[in-house]
Each structure stands twice: as C-alpha cells, then as structure tokens.
Design a binder for this molecule. Structure first.
Ligand code: BV8
Ligand code: ZN
Length: 245
C-alpha cells in the first residue's frame, strides 16, 4: 500500500504538515459536503455557507447549522483522528491545518490545529463580535441573540469571507517548511486551503494524498493512497513506527 520511500521519509522527517477535509470525519458518521450522501441534498454548501443566505434567511441557515451541530455532538473522532494525535507526539514539528469545523482533531488530542474555517460549536455576535462557546445567549423568535442585542452567527468562515490573516500566515509557513505534506479527505476544490499542498510541493515537500477517490491534486502528488483514511492512516503510523518516541 505505501512505498518504502514514504516510510523512509516519514522516519527521517523533522516537520510534517497535514491538511484535512470532511473526508477524515466521514468515518465518524459526519456527512461530507460534496459526496453522494451530501450534507443537505436540497442545498449545496456554497448556497447556505454564505453571508447573503444568512441575511436573507437566518432561520434557514441556523436550522442547517443546528442540524450539523446535533450530528457532530452525537459522534466522535475516529481512528484517523487518533493516528494524527500519535503523529503529533512523534514529530518535533507537526501541524494539522483543518477545513473541518467539527473540532474533532482537538477532541482526539492534537494541540497544534489550525481551524482555518472556524468551529461550528462556537457562535459570534455580528455586532460586537463576542464569542459564545455555549448557550448563555438569549433566544428571540428562535434566533440566538447576544446580550448586546446583536444577532449571533456560527463562528465559521463562509464563502466570500476572508480567512484569519494569522491562520493563513501560519498555514503557509508550515507548508513552506515541511518535509512531508499530507492532504487527507478533501476534494481539493475550496481555496485558499487547496493551495497549501501546492505550496508545500513547490518548496520541496513530499506530497501524499489520502482519499477514496482522485482529486485535482492527485496529478501533482508524489503518492496517492486510495482508500479510507480510517484504515490507511493507522496502518501507516504502525508500519512506519510513528508511535510515541
Ligand atoms: C475567500 C465553513 C476571499 C463553513 C467552508 C473560483 C476559483 C477559486 C476560488 C473561488 C472561486 N470562486 C469563489 C472562490 C473562493 C471560494 C472557493 O474556494 N469556492 C470554491 C467552491 C470554488 N473560497 C472562499 O470563498 C474562501 N474565502 O476566498 O475569501 C476574500 C479575501 C479577502 C477578503 C474577502 C474575501 C472561504 C472558503 C471557506 C468556505 N467555508 N466551510 C461550514 O463548514 O459550514 S468550505 C466547506 O468546504 C467546508 O469547510 C469543507 O471542509 C470545505 C471543503 O470541502 P471538503 O472538506 O473538501 O469536503 P468535500 O465534501 O468537498 O470532500 C470530501 C472529500 O473526502 C472527498 O474528496 C471524498 O472523496 C473524501 N472522502 C470521503 N470519505 C472518505 C474520504 N477520504 C478518505 N477517507 C474517507 N473515508
Ligand atoms: Zn453582541
């Protein structure tokens, strides 16, 4: 399944970076965005995960996020997440850049996690930007409100919104200086996330893709491991003996 080249590089590497997408949480039972079982058949993520949709119909957008929150709160990280937690222990320099908003990487034990699209369990006031991690806010005609009276929104990055400058900088720095870069469970469509593996490759990293199908990134990857990440990653960690040093 994996080349000797990959095993050798992994054992020698000082710095490893992983970009994850919805595919790493699929085996936890969290629906992906663009797969067959697509998050919400009627709507595409791009139609709901944007500011206009929220202003036009905050109830519908909140309904979608509450629905996703309830799924996430009933599920748990899977062996793929735990394999990444092992890798963080093993390497001096290990970063997970995630497009996922489910918080499962931290729940599995990773500390250096860049949640570049935010976190669905947090809410933010559109007026004063106060962050709410749980439910002390007021509900007014079924919409969550800040104590200042402002409307709350999920604390995630919507289409057309800029990502945090600081997280972008950290992501590019990590991609530019790692020896091995994994792109796991992402359709490699959404920007700027899809550019991180390309930056890594251009800076000499060994680029590995793990996905159940090929993506636009596959043609430039040094190695494409086709299959379920919940099976591949734990096996790779074991084969390359990337368990705690
Ligand atoms: C920005 C958060 C600018 C909320 C999300 C044209 C060209 C290039 C770019 C653009 C363009 N038009 C518009 C853009 C920009 C746009 C974009 O990229 N659009 C795409 C659709 C073309 N990007 C943006 O708008 C970004 N912002 O550019 O701002 C700017 C700059 C300055 C000032 C102002 C503005 C913001 C992007 C972030 C959007 N927010 N989500 C939420 O989650 O609700 S994106 C959303 O898609 C999720 O975060 C998700 O993570 C992300 C990516 O999807 P994937 O994670 O890849 O999931 P997907 O379902 O697609 O794929 C799953 C994969 O897993 C599949 O490949 C499948 O095969 C695989 N898989 C399944 N099971 C398994 C598996 N693999 C392994 N094992 C398994 N078991
Ligand atoms: Zn407020």
């Amino acid at each position: 399944m994996f080349s000797q080249e990959l095993i050798t590089r992994l054992k020698k590497a000082r710095s490893v970076v992983v970009l994850t997408g919805a595919g790493i949480s699929a085996e936890s039972g969290i629906p992906t965005f663009r797969g067959q079982e697509g998050l919400w058949k009627k709507y595409r993520a791009e139609e709901l995960a944007n500011v206009e949709a929220f202003h036009q119909n905050p109830h519908l957008v909140w309904e979608w996020y509450e629905y996703r929150r309830s799924i996430i709160q009933s599920k748990a990280p899977n062996p793929a997440h735990f394999a990444l937690a092992h890798m963080e222990q093993y390497y001096t320099d290990f970063v997970v850049i995630t497009q996922n908003v489910d918080g499962f990487h931290r729940a599995a034990g990773n500390r250096k996690v860049l949640e570049i699209h935010g976190n669905i369990l947090r809410s933010r006031c559109v007026e004063c930007h106060k962050i709410y991690n749980s439910k002390p806010y007021i509900m007014k005609d079924h919409l969550p409100q800040c104590e200042c009276g402002g409307l709350l929104r999920p604390d995630v990055v919507w289409f057309g919104e800029a990502l945090s400058e600081d997280l972008l900088k950290q992501s590019y720095q990590a991609a530019q200086s790692c020896e091995v870069f994994f792109s796991i469970g992402t359709s490699s469509i959404v920007q700027p996330a899809a550019s991180f593996p390309v930056v890594a490759k251009n800076h000499g990293a060994y680029l590995v893709e793990i996905n159940v199908e090929t993506t636009p990134l596959s043609s430039i990857a040094d190695e494409v491991l086709l299959g379920k990440v919940g099976e591949i990653l734990p096996e790779l960690v074991e084969k390359a003996e990337l368990l705690d040093k």
